[in-house]
Design a protein. Sequence first.
Length: 672
Amino acid sequence: FLGRKDQQVKIRGYRVEPGEVENVLMKHELIEEQVVIARSDSEGTKHLVAYYRSEEEISTSDLRDFLGQKLPSYMLPGYFVKLDVFPLNSNGKIDRKQLPSPQDFGQLSGTEYVAPRTAQEQELAGVWSSVLGLERVGLSDNFFEIGGHSLKATQLLSRIYKEMNVRMELRDIFTYPTLGELATLLSVGNQTQYSEILPLEPQDYYAVSHAQKRLWILDQLEEEQYAYNIPRAYKITGHLDVDAFKLAFHTLVSRHESLRTTFLSIDGVPYQQVQSAEAIGFELHYEDLRGEEGAEARAEELARSESLASFNLQTGPLLRARLLQVSEDKYVFVYTLHHIISDGWSEGVLVQDVLQLYEAYKAGKENPLAPLSIHYKDYAAWQNDQLSGDNLEVLRNYWLDQFSGELPVLNLPADYQRPKVKTYNGERVNFWLDKEELDKLKKMGRANDASLFMTLVACVNLLLYRFSGQEDLIVGSPVAGRDHVDLENQIGLYLNTLALRTRLKGRDSYQQLLSRVKDVVLGAFEHQAYPFDCIVQDLNLNRDQSRYPLFDVWVVLQNTSVRDDNNTQMNDLDFRTFDSAGVICNYDLKFGFEEMDEALFINFEYSTDLFAPETAAKFADALKVLLKTISNDPLSAIDDIELISEEEKQRQLAEEESKARKLVRRTRNVIQ
């Protein structure tokens, strides 16, 4: 069944014809009428939704099993919605645009919807709905099965604290993941008055945050200062109102003080200084390249040079933006921020603010965004105040205990001698884990009360152990650092670094390793308020200019609103990102994971000053095999888990056979 070509949709990277799913569903003996369409959830991920009429009750699991006998897994609908009557248009045909959202029917995780009963359950359900972007949730819904992850769990805790005046720990959500279980725990929790972040009185300059201080010091010491640039480049297609776009960015700079901040030194101590919008001198530079030969290629080259240019922290501005028009309806747009005033979450805030402002200005309306109640300087003062007294000692003692004794230094088999001073030259290898394998990985994690992030960190540790033979490993990972709800709509450097130390044994099973990683990650998240640079300072580490402090491997699961496919559709404009700066590799190895279209995208980056492409390919291939095998047999000893695919085994076997045949021929010739 081919159906209409214009009804094809892309689900999890696969082209799917909904009519083919409808054709199979039609053969179910209890179904009288059916329609299958693609709908996007609150985060923009597309899912297939099957709507049907039936006189009988049919369970979701039965429908999935029925379709699964004839269709591949990526074509199975994520939601099944039973309707009494289908909405019709004026021609008497089913009006697909009027089909209700599956969330209206509690179709979230395949569990039966159980409505909240008490006032506290209803209030908690409202918080869950707000964090997860769902219209309603029930008492039986599991937080991690309906869109929750570690980052959203942190947001959930901060909103429970603000709206319900109860402090909870991250491990509580992993231990009691359903709404009903968490509500029961909440009812016996300790009431704690919510503490706001208060704005400071105007001053000539302000204290920096701990993260800002670290980047300021690195800026003084290192020559390759572009390493802390955050570039973003887009190709825009459509009619862009240039004046409205410029005004949107100028309003953005006026709105967020961090974009108007510079840094001065007084007696060797850095301070942040907030400038006025006029004094900072920000300008979105527009250049018309229409009529020039090779205009688009030239625009891309200008974007690359722009993204790699260094910043002056003292004079600013620390945001640059450039718009290059290459034809009547095509543009190249690049903006670059210094990391000292921004992070990954901030990019999502920036994009969201600019698009809202642009739409308003293009329509001739006023600024639609409410003024911010606090700014980054207020957070820096609040953070410094939080790191005092008994709380400070509890945090410090936790991290000192984590890194007591001899600290391990990772020694992977490198192809080249490590440079005496750290460099940032890198390349990447990208690959995917499809939905079926990802679902198995998640299911195995849930069976061990572990998040996807914990599962992936355990995989990386296993990989490092197998290539290095070391049983004491430290990897680094970012944490959003926005555990206070007032920080969610802010632009600034809130990100903190977590150093995760795991000890393992070769005869441990993967399941045992995952259990250890889970404890390490939960402990780190619960003590994340202690800045990474304070840990480095407390440990009194000897500065090794060839390595990053404490660890050489970075692991990140991207959960922010900045997605790696990064395509945005806005009315008549289409935004598509492209790589303007190449690979800037801050670590020996970086494992970047991101869920996209229900599959897992892996962005593996490596230092080209340490590893040849062939070695990097071995790391990537081993990780690919590992991600596919551990979910099938998590009880195997990690020494015994295969890291070579059957295809690679056959290739190596063929290569060895070829070598053997050549050796036989040479030997025969010598004998003759």
